[in-house]
Ligand binder design. Structure first.
Ligand code: C2O
Ligand code: CU
Length: 471
């Protein structure tokens, strides 16, 4: 059995007070949370204790890795050690942090070799639900289990009775119950990615969740799957979306009652438990209509907490994300092409023009503005002037869904197919439906070379990745 994971920061002696940076703006010293994080081979009872444990790779000996918690405005230091048989890095998905801490191999840091370590340290300007994961051959390393949730608490969090975090994943197991090899297989790369045959919530086959009438629950959802998109429906309940990708949004019911969560994305929900003792309500996943299933059930206990009230949730305090100035913003188009049944006949790979079927044989299938990425290091597809506002038009010229993720920034989602969005959500990962055109805007305020890629990890491997530069 692997040693118990890193100490959780909350009440441990590793929460210390650091001196403010010299010449820093902060009046009071920022609180520092220190976490030790070890990546290593381990085992996980993904299918429950009645089944043999499965060989995985994990942070801290468990899947998911430890939930890292810290308060908004504080500083986080993660002493990372690599006890895997291969090199790796840790990426802090959705956090607006200095480029050198972003965990992208070769682009922002050298890979951490087996036996090596790296200290990640950065401030946490934004509250919200984030996550961390390997960024080196992620189609293999994330699939093997290298991910965990990162929660940045609001200074004044909303009042709830209980907070739950569900880190969703799916796994492709063989008939013998082992994790299937063949990561980034050409068929998965050119289609919907590696969809698994076992869905887990917090590293376990989902189990019923007991609730009490009258409870108000904050549910933090994280999609850590390589490729599976979830579309969750809460029978008998009216969840309110209060944050997307960590960023507050005006509380609203999800469109068509379905919380759509693509790989990389997070959603915070407030759920008022208004059922009666003995009730049992399904939480269904309906994203792939012909493969809809019940994820788990909310089962009401006999005890009643209180008679449900219907007080509307308040909007969470906004994070200090700079508002893009649309009037002065430049607009750039990014066209995504490729995959099966698409119109991509040839594209540039390594400076050569390659026919589509030769690309597929080489494990590639996708292009950004005509270029297929073959590694994390690339000539920037776009260069932004620091402090300027930009609009990006993501054009999905493929027959597939793609959640596009930009590192180091949050962007506002302005429109879809020319129609303004209702909530102008801040996101760091935006799902494009097949043939959809999504317009986003942001202030390029974080200097460095940043990844922009599809979070279906087989698509990323297959070339759907680019670098943007903020000068
Ligand atoms: Cu969540 Cu570039 O990754
Ligand atoms: Cu994709």
């Amino acid at each position: 059995r692997a040693p118990r994971g890193p100490r959780l920061p909350a009440a441990s002696p590793s929460s210390i007070t650091a001196a403010p940076p010299a010449g820093g703006r902060c009046a009071s010293p920022a609180r520092l949370t220190v976490v030790d994080l070890v990546a290593s081979p381990s085992t996980a009872s993904l299918r429950g204790d009645a089944h043999p444990a499965i060989d995985v790779w994990s942070y801290g000996g468990g899947v998911p890795g430890p939930t890292i918690r810290a308060v908004q405005g504080s500083r986080l230091r993660v002493n990372f050690r690599n006890r895997l048989p291969t090199e790796t890095t840790v990426h802090w998905h959705g956090l607006r942090l200095p480029n050198a801490m972003d965990g992208v191999p070769h682009l922002t840091q050298p890979p951490v070799p087996p036996g090596g370590g790296f200290t990640y340290e950065f401030d946490l300007p934004d509250a919200g639900t984030y996550w961390y994961h390997s960024h080196l051959r992620s189609s293999e390393q994330v699939e093997r289990g290298l991910y965990g949730a990162l929660v940045v608490e609001e200074r004044r969090p909303p009042v709830v009775d209980r907070e739950l975090t569900w880190v969703l994943d799916d796994w492709r197991l063989t008939r013998e119950g082992r994790l299937a090899e063949g990561f980034a297989a050409p068929h998965d790369v050119a289609h919907a990615g590696r969809i698994g045959n076992l869905v887990t919530v917090n590293g376990r086959a989902p189990q019923d969740v007991r609730v009490r009438r009258g409870e108000r629950i904050r549910l933090r959802l994280v999609n850590a799957a390589n490729a599976r998109i979830f579309g969750l429906q809460f029978d008998g309940h009216q969840p309110q979306v209060i944050a997307i990708d960590g960023q507050p949004v005006a509380p609203h019911a999800p469109e068509r009652g379905t919380v759509v969560l693509a790989p990389g994305m997070r959603t915070d929900l407030l759920i008022d438990a208004a059922g009666r003792p003995g009730d049992s309500h399904a939480v269904g996943d309906v994203f792939y209509p012909r493969a809809a299933y019940d994820l788990l059930r909310l089962v009401y206990e006999e005890a009643v907490l209180r008679e449900p009230t219907s007080s509307a949730p308040r909007t969470l305090a906004a994070n200090p994300v700079p508002e893009p100035d649309l009037a002065s913003s430049q607009s750039h188009e990014l066209r995504f092409e490729g995959g099966m049944h698409g119109g991509l006949h040839r594209a540039r790979l390594d400076g050569r023009t390659v026919e589509f079927m030769s690309l597929v044989r080489a494990g590639k299938a996708w292009a950004v503005n005509g270029v297929v990425a073959d590694s994390h290091v690339h000539e920037p597809v776009l260069t932004f002037e620091r402090g300027q506002s930009y609009r990006l038009v993501f054009v999905n010229d493929t027959r597939w869904h793609h959640p596009m993720h930009l590192h180091g920034h949050a962007f506002r989602v302005l429109s879809r197919n020319g129609r303004p969005t209702r909530h102008r959500e801040w996101q760091d990962t935006v799902l494009m439906a097949p043939d959809e055109r999504v317009e986003v805007a942001f202030v390029a305020d974080n200097p460095g070379d940043w990844m922009l890629h599809c979070h279906i990890l087989e698509h990323q491997d297959g070339g759907m990745m680019a670098v943007v530069r903020v000068t």
